[in-house]
Ligand binder design. Structure first.
Ligand code: UTP
Length: 294
């Protein structure tokens, strides 16, 4: 059994151009899914997976994220005085879930560059990366599924799913091989970012929002030149690991919502609202009413 994964990094310093104007002054990671910002779902997933220390990568426009995980004494006093114990617990518990720190990515130079800002926080141990705009819901937290593969094989792990070629071309494409005795864990020997022709896809499996990196990723990132879009791509550094020491990939259980995309935000809202104890009844009735007219 290899080391347990205790730390997680959540890159949340992107510009969110696909969800403008909502993300102009508000971080897209703070967009609510019914009553909780997206990034809180992600932190909760990390905590439910056994992560104790979390670093959120932000930038100068993202102080709302820091505020969300901080105490607000005036609000807490008001809630207590009004006897609103449940609301008080909700706002205070957010601040106690894990040891949460922040660091700023000073220039938006890509996901690989953002992850490289975590070097001193991570030190010499494996760490989970949870993309700040990918919310994944399911019975078993996805990060826990990836941690299990890390603890078994001791190699970096990619969270993946098979998607349509059009979706894969907008992200990474993975070259996978079967692993003995596994049904949803594969060996990953190569990956490429944003190919422009279908023929260049390595497969229809793509990284979806989660990976576990060994600490060796930092030396590789230091020497990774800008790739697609002029950004330092995490995919390029992971490709180097895949081709040398190797990586595994887990076809995870869970439904992923892309909160960096308008349709993804709507899908997350509808699915959560349909099971939310406070609003599900009224929301179901509303959905039925409008669906009948479509
Ligand atoms: P995306 O490419 O989805 O984020 O990066 P983006 O750049 O905000 O999106 P668009 O294309 O402009 O709409 C995936 C994750 O990496 C983070 C983002 O915040 C997101 O969580 N990221 C991206 C950074 O932290 N820094 C970067 O320089 C780029």
């Amino acid at each position: 059994m290899y080391n347990k994964v205790r730390k997680a990094v959540i890159p949340a310093a992107g510009l969110g151009t696909r969800v403008l104007p909502a993300s102009k002054a508000m971080p897209k990671e703070m967009l609510p899914i019914v009553d909780k910002p997206a990034i809180q779902y992600i932190v909760e997933e990390a905590v439910a997976s056994g992560i104790t220390d979390i670093l959120i990568i932000t930038n100068r426009g993202k102080s709302d994220i820091e505020n969300h995980f901080d105490r607000i004494p005036e609000l807490e006093e008001r809630l207590l005085a009004a006897g609103k114990q449940e609301a008080y617990d909700t706002v205070v518990n957010i601040t106690k879930m894990a040891n949460i720190c922040f660091v700023r990515q000073k220039e938006t130079k890509g996901l690989g560059h953002a992850v490289n800002c975590a070097r001193s926080f991570v030190g010499n141990e494996p760490f989970a990366v949870l993309f700040g705009d990918d919310v994944i819901m399911g019975d078993k937290p996805v990060t826990a599924q990836l941690c299990e593969a890390y603890e078994k094989y001791g190699l970096g792990v990619l969270g993946t799913k098979e998607m349509s070629p059009e979706v894969v071309m907008r992200g990474s494409s993975l070259k996978l091989e079967a692993l003995d005795g596994e049904s949803n864990v594969f060996k990953c020997t190569d990956l490429v970012e944003k190919v422009s022709k279908k023929e260049d896809l390595l497969s229809n499996y793509t990284i979806l929002g989660r990976c576990i990196c060994p600490p060796e990723i930092f030396d590789i990132l230091d020497n990774t030149p800008p790739g697609v879009g002029g950004e330092i791509q995490l995919t390029d550094a992971l490709a180097q690991l895949a081709k040398t020491v190797g990586l595994t990939a887990v076809d995870f259980e869970g439904k992923r919502y892309d909160m960096g995309n308008k349709l993804g935000i709507l899908q997350a809202t509808v699915d959560v609202a349909l099971t939310h104890p406070e609003v599900s009844e009224g929301f179901k009735a509303y959905i039925k009413e409008i669906a009948a007219k479509l």
